[in-house]
Design a protein around this ligand. Sequence first.
Ligand code: SAM
Length: 266
Amino acid sequence: MSGFSSEWLGLREPVDHAARSEEVISALRHYFLNDWKLVIADIGSGTGSTIRALRPVIGQDLTWHLIDHDDSLLAEARKHAEGDRVMFTESDLSQRLDAIFKPAPDLITTSAFLDLVSHDWLEKFVREVTIREIPFYAALSYDGRTSCNPPNDIDREILSAFNKHQQTDKGFGPALGPDAADTAIELFETAGYIVCKSKSDWKAGADHNEFQRQLLSGWREAAIEILPDSRQVFDLWLDERLALIDENENSVLVGHKDFLAVPKDR
Ligand SMILES: C[S@@+](CC[C@H](N)C(=O)[O-])C[C@H]1O[C@@H](n2cnc3c(N)ncnc32)[C@H](O)[C@@H]1O
């Protein structure tokens, strides 16, 4: 099991899909041109959101390999995957990377996963990917730019505590959190890859009230873990935000980055 329920991933999915950078997807399409007979390994796949995001934009002849340590999310992915050619591997990627490379992928993808990993893990991963010259598409890495509308005095405190929480251990050692995408991009560029990057911010308003409720409740919980003495202030903050959501008057912007990293000579 992981801390990500399929219900929460389901609520996120429309917001995620709307946020994914068209520019990066277009670079991906351009990179492979008509060469769509591909094996794609999706790491930290959850219920297979990346398949559903890319299905409308890329060709048909794909074999997906979904890798996650949470068997219940993979079981959910299996239900969604009818009609697709998909393999499933339950593997704890914090311990070993070998599942990613068997079968040998033409492309590795991930979404909303990189911010969980540590610097050491990322270095090792980038080394293993770049020695094999495999392109890597990473969507929706949280980058720390978050704001609520209408703004209030407590936002800064809760969001800074939340960002600190993002850098606590998520199973891989101290997490990169908001630094993940920039660190990964630097590592790939140092290894000689070319990178196309762009923002992929979540923008959620009255159309996504249940998503907002759960998101903000999660921020409160994380912020209290970092600043337990501020519990009352954060409770009040959440109550006010939930009231605004009930009146369709709250919206959030959550900063993310997408990037595609490809070997230089292809
Ligand atoms: C935020 S979710 C994103 C899921 C999916 N990529 C999406 O965009 O909906 C993070 C995913 O990483 C997986 N994960 C976390 N730690 C992992 C680990 N050590 N090994 C493999 N998967 C892991 C979780 O189970 C979860 O599916």
